[in-house]
Design a protein around this ligand. Sequence first.
Ligand SMILES: *Cc1c(COP(=O)(O)O)cnc(C)c1O
Length: 395
Amino acid sequence: MTSVERGWAERSADVLIQNLSVPLAQMERGQGCYLWDNAGKQYLDFLGGIAVNSLGHCHPAVVQALTEQASRLDHISNYFVSRPQLDLAERLLDLAGATGGGVFLANSGTEANEAALKLARLHGNSQGKSRIIAFEGAFHGRTMGALALTAKAKYRDPFAPLTPGIEHLPVDEAALREAMDDQVAAIFVEPIQGEAGVVELPAGFLEAARELADRHGSLLILDEVQTGVGRTGRWFGFQHTSVVPDAITVAKGLGSGFPIGALVAFPSCSGLFYPGSHGTTFGGNPLAARVALQVLQVLEDAAVLENVQVQSERLRTGLAELGSDLIASVRGRGLLLGIQLTRPVAAEVTAAAFARGLIINAPAPDVIRLAPPLVVGRREVGEFLELFAQSLDAS
Ligand SMILES: *Cc1c(COP(=O)(O)O)cnc(C)c1O
């Protein structure tokens, strides 16, 4: 038998390193908010590649920008710049309110955080500060530096020893106040903890972190990999507050499916890196930069951030109207929502949904996460509510 005739499950088991759980399907095609698997079954994608497919699947403007760029200029080296790279950096600085700062382009969220961690070290080492603070429940990625910022023991422990100097505090203002001193180089925090189960920060927490960072000469670095690029209904999650961070990291939704990440440094710390201090072969690649630029353009031109707020309200109202005794509460912002269940049956609900052609996921045993494309419409929200109600009933 040739490999082509064997099933995808068997082939996956044979040739992929088994670092993740067993795949649920082999997907063949995507369009808008829908995916189709190799048996032709249709799925409504309310996970969006985990907050990645901001414009849905295969958006025509993205396809057009990518193919146009692919036939014009594909890859250069870091000895050169490209116009998309410069345009994207300017646009990110503008949207973040970080004019006068600087951008480092990478290829993923974890890499953006690696750059941010090196930024924190440069700041700390220049001032004799060796402590870095992160939080319980935090997820910042899986490469060794970012992993040291990530809290989950299951992800960390097999890979010890990790980068030293990083402490995890409870997400609590008093605990942060107590822990802070002039030895702290940086505080890393997610505006909403996505992987922990769409957990919002306590009211006033970011403001307190800003005040404490200022008092002790520490950087406030926000991981906006999941919350950035319109996901919460504003360009970045921190923009729901009055806080100005020293740096943010973005990735997931930025390329709407094309791999890209970015560290956006505000003027307070953008001068810390110096020639030769960091780099990556693919970062700033013209294809990735051009796609990201196009994504930002469509988000703006099509008033997508307004749509995020409208559909978020519609989802919250619809979920409340289901009147299910399995739903305890709905949290999050914009189109990053966590449905807190009254029982730890999130895996069963997710499986029941998948069987019915609805893609959602369970970041915790009692939490369902929704992160649909930001361009989702009234019709898809209606279809989701119907399929989700059936999935709850079946669990
Ligand atoms: C997904 C995620 C990351 C890691 O991004 P990758 O592209 O998977 O490396 C980091 N931080 C947050 C908040 C994330 O949600």
